[in-house]
Design a protein. Structure first.
Lengths: 351, 226
């Protein structure tokens, strides 16, 4: 495949990391508001905790590495990592879980590899995978979306804050009363229980495509993502790659056997696929570099998400898919090296 | 062998050329079994015994082994020794044997042992080969115990738990610091992180000492050492 080459004059756009990161944060705002609307104020607490520990970790790491901390703190990358982590964890998460994830993301996944620009793994996803493996029970407590007819006990702001700080609920409430399986969990356990997709979709938690509430957050994430595309903060290759990689196998399987494979719409809106396509996989540091490479990178992520959701033991696989493809980036970059003008394709330097 | 020579060699085996920490040999058992101190100690002892015996046997037979087929011969020697150790473990420490599982037979493939046979035992007399096996094996065993203790403390909040698998007697919980711990430390990623931390720590100490030595040198030597 050929992509348009840039012609001279090469006019440099006046972009810098701080303004890019601020615009990414701004693009996340609508989805964040929707998240708070549907899943309660826990998101704000998680965001605060993740931000404090991410920024603190960044300061600490820069201090230990004897570099000026204000350089790293003023580019807002730690805040973007914290925001992505806050989207990844359930709104009811004890503070030490979020803090572990944020610290690991910044200190180990970012600064031990050399800081911004040198990290081979997406920091937010590395941090999320660590807490997913280290605290599996705490990351399963998704509460049900705030939709009138779902039978569910709502937590007040104070109760949510108490849970975030102490990790325990009021005596009158059990975990079973406040938590619900996520749409992907319901689908996975239903399919494992030999039920058909249409049966599973009668569960009140299911919406038009994905889960109720979830699909609205997905819509707002997509709006933010398109805004980033229009502003040219991100390029189209990775989102398109993720979408094709996820939806192509999903569509094929859906047409082959609609009873045991959910629709492509469910795959798109059921979990974190949209967040992944626009905000996680597009991390410029840990993604592939050439346009063709980015298409392959995105496609791999989408395809791995489909595989993990369909045959894996986890309900969603965004974090694992992103980390796996991060590992493949050097190989992708090697085989998709763009041809230098005037040189032959085999890369031996001869015209 | 003079006594100062042995001390020097000991320092080499434990620190400067530690098979696990510096040469990064035998990582498979090192990463797999170090989830607790007792496991590390058990595999450390087994490896130490095999390493000493194999170094001695290789050194004793070094005049008759043809250079072309030396590696298969080493593997044969090591495999028979490992079988002996495995049977000994099965007879006297059945619980530890069950806990270590496949990793006792897998000592055969521990490249640290073949490396010592090839590098040292095949060209040195029996006495010093056994001594070499002892210092290198101790270095490996100490690293296994250190990482095992570190991971056990982080992951289970205890130390020396189930030491009865070696000493016999009632099941023991060891020194309990807290109940439960950070699950990640016991899982495979924890092994990689612990080893990386250990290597980083060693490099920091080495660099500090080098700086100290350079600072103690007179000016001209210091410039030359740079």
């Amino acid at each position: 495949m050929e992509f348009a080459r840039r012609q001279s004059p090469y006019w440099s756009a006046r972009v810098a990391v701080p303004s890019l990161m601020l615009q990414v944060l701004a693009a996340l705002v609508p989805a964040a508001i929707a998240h708070v609307w549907f899943f309660g104020p826990g998101f704000i607490f998680n965001l605060l905790i993740a931000s404090i520990f991410a920024v603190g970790g960044e300061w600490l790491a820069m201090h230990v590495r004897k570099r000026p901390p204000e350089v790293a703190l003023s580019d807002y990358t730690a805040l973007v990592t914290a925001a992505l982590l806050a989207f990844a964890v359930p709104s009811l998460t004890p503070w030490w879980v979020t803090a572990t994830g944020a610290l690991f993301a910044i200190v180990v996944a970012k600064h031990l590899y050399g800081g911004l620009g040198f990290n081979i793994f997406n920091p937010a996803m590395a941090g999320y995978v660590v807490i997913l493996i280290a605290f599996p029970m705490h990351l399963n407590l998704w509460i049900a979306p705030r939709m009138g007819d779902i039978d569910y006990q709502y937590l007040t702001v104070l109760q949510t804050l108490t849970y975030t700080l102490t990790g325990s609920l009021p005596d009158t409430l059990g975990f079973d009363a406040v938590s619900r399986a996520t749409p992907l969990d319901v689908m996975k356990s239903g399919l494992n229980g030999m039920r058909t997709v249409s049966e599973i979709r009668t569960n009140p938690i299911m919406g038009d495509f994905g889960g109720r509430g979830w699909e609205w957050i997905g819509n707002f994430l997509a709006i933010g993502g398109f805004w980033l595309l229009i502003k040219k903060i991100i390029r189209w290759h990775i989102p398109v790659g993720v979408g094709v990689g996820l939806l192509l196998p999903a569509t094929i399987m859906y047409f082959v056997d609609p009873g045991s494979h959910p629709s492509p719409g469910f795959h798109l809106f059921g979990g974190a696929a949209i967040l992944c396509a626009f905000f996680v996989a597009t991390d410029p540091v840990s993604a592939a570099t050439s346009p063709k490479g980015r298409l392959i990178f995105g496609f791999g992520i989408g395809f791995l998400i489909f595989c993990i959701r369909t045959w894996g033991s986890y309900a969603d696989g965004v974090a694992f898919a992103v980390l796996l493809m991060n590992m493949a980036v050097p190989a992708i970059d090697l085989v998709t090296r763009p041809r230098i003008v005037g040189h032959s394709n085999d890369g031996d330097g001869t015209p | 062998m003079t006594s100062s020579g042995f001390v020097d060699r000991f320092r080499t085996g434990l620190w400067h050329e530690n098979p696990g920490l510096v040469q990064l040999l035998g990582l498979c058992p090192l990463l797999a079994v170090t989830s607790s101190f007792v496991n590390g100690l058990g595999l450390g002892i087994a490896t130490l015994a095999v390493l000493m015996a194999s170094n001695g046997l290789v050194s004793a037979t070094r005049r008759w082994i043809q250079a072309e087929i030396r590696i298969p011969m080493y593997v044969l020697i090591i495999a028979s020794l490992v079988t002996c150790i495995e049977l000994i473990f099965k007879a006297w420490f059945p619980a530890l044997d069950r806990s270590l599982g496949i990793f006792i037979p897998l000592i055969v493939t521990n490249c640290a042992i073949v490396a010592r046979a090839e590098i040292f035992a095949s060209r040195n007399p029996i006495g010093s080969s056994i001594a070499d096996g002892f210092v290198m094996g101790s270095g490996f065993a100490l690293l296994l115990m250190t990482i095992g203790a570190f991971r056990e403390m982080l992951g289970q909040g205890s130390l020396f738990a189930r030491i009865d698998m070696l000493t016999g007697g009632e099941p023991m919980r060891g020194i309990v610091i807290t109940d439960g711990g950070w699950l990640l430390a016991i899982l495979p990623p924890g092994a990689f992180f612990s080893l990386a931390l250990a290597i980083a720590l060693k490099n920091i100490i080495d660099r500090r000492q080098q700086k100290k030595r350079q600072a103690a040198m007179p000016g001209r030597a210091r410039r030359a050492a740079r």
